[in-house]
Design a protein around this ligand. Structure first.
Ligand code: AVJ
Length: 350
């Protein structure tokens, strides 16, 4: 996020630890809303209409996502949590005393607790999330339940320029990016993210990434099209958000939720399909939809251990360990900066 007053990258810390010059919450909201308007107008004006998936996560969207995670069809959360519980002692064995946990897109911080429980040597937790409501709730709950861990939340888009709080300086960092959120990125965006994460975390770090793996189409499609229709509501909430924040007039009944497997690009795709020819207004712009026209709202790329290792290698990381769950298969990868002499490698010999 860029501070409009200074033009410098300025993370908004949601606590009193905010860096100077401060960005007031209202100001931060205005900046986020400005970016939302810009991205919506650009996305709806494109020949192939599209919206960035990160805008799903307003307060309602974050709650709908938590509800998706409780559906029987959406396996990633359950499977990843179980896998994390099983391997947390192995992860913890590689973490030195006084380490800082930095989480990208922390949401409700449920998986974080598995790490914090297994690794009491972690002294600080820096959750970064675009959803301020979810972030504040989660940060308060973690600091209540882990009184020895210093919690420094950053309310920001983690794909942008982030600076870590002073408390993290000189300490070993564990980057944590669970949930296969990395699958929402295009290949280029994923490379950019991994590159900036390496910058942010430094040489004395490890990056733990949860990534969903390629599997049978039936399992995949069901996970993004649950029978209860919660994923459909999550998808359409983007239109509700445009209506509310950008004075839009989307008719939610005039769009259908569509989820399918794109085998060529090994990704699940979510779209909203216009049921009729229609005109929609938002942010004082007019957009025409043809019957059957799609608005592309999300990609959720699925990996193989090979495709993931290649992605890591191209961005300066190497996969040093990987754990894979029983079917439906989900992976946790442990990455270390390429060319560094990771502390945990030395330590494991002792
Ligand atoms: C949280 C981004 C990983 O892509 O699986 C769930 C979001 N979208 N159902 C995913 C999501 C539809 C989820 N991520």
């Amino acid at each position: 996020m860029t501070n409009s007053l200074t033009g410098r990258a300025e993370p908004m810390l949601a606590t009193s630890q905010r860096a100077a010059p401060p960005v007031q919450p209202q100001e931060a909201m205005r900046l986020v809303r400005g970016a939302f308007a810009t991205d919506v107008v650009a996305g709806l004006s494109a020949r192939e209409k599209t919206l960035p998936a990160k805008y799903f996560y307003d307060a309602d969207g974050s709650e709908l996502f938590e509800a998706i995670c409780r559906t029987p069809e959406y396996y990633p959360t359950r499977v990843e949590t179980a896998l994390l519980q099983r391997v947390a002692p192995q992860i913890a064995a590689d973490i030195p005393e006084g380490a800082v946990l930095v989480e990208f897109g922390s949401g409700a911080s449920a998986k974080t607790r598995v790490i914090l429980d297994a690794a009491p040597q972690i002294v600080a937790y820096v959750p970064i999330d675009i959803s301020e409501d979810a972030l504040e709730k989660a940060a308060a709950a973690v600091s209540r339940d882990y009184p020895k861990v210093r919690v420094v939340p950053i309310a920001d888009d983690f794909t942008g320029a982030i600076r870590l709080p002073a408390a993290a300086r000189g300490r070993f960092k564990i980057g944590f990016f669970p949930g296969s959120t990395i699958g929402n990125f295009t290949h280029t965006e994923a490379l950019r993210f991994l590159g900036s994460a390496k910058q942010l975390l430094g040489d004395d770090s490890v990056l733990l990434i949860g990534a969903d793996l390629v599997k049978d189409e039936t399992t995949l499609v069901a996970a993004y099209d649950d029978v209860e229709g919660i994923t459909a509501r999550f998808n359409k909430n983007l239109l509700t958000r445009i209506n509310r924040e950008l004075s839009g007039d989307f008719d939610l009944e005039a769009f259908d939720h569509l989820a399918f497997w794109n085998a060529e690009l090994t990704r699940m795709e979510m779209h909203l399909v216009s049921r009729a020819n229609q005109i929609v207004n938002a942010d004082r712009h007019t957009f025409a939809f043809k019957a059957g026209e799609r608005l592309h709202t999300e990609n959720s790329r699925k990996f193989t251990t090979e495709s993931f290792a290649e992605l890591a290698a191209r961005s300066g990381w190497s996969v040093t360990r990987e754990w894979i769950s029983p079917a439906p298969q989900f992976a946790i990868f442990s990455l270390t900066p390429e060319g560094s002499n990771p502390f945990h490698v030395n330590r494991r010999k002792n």
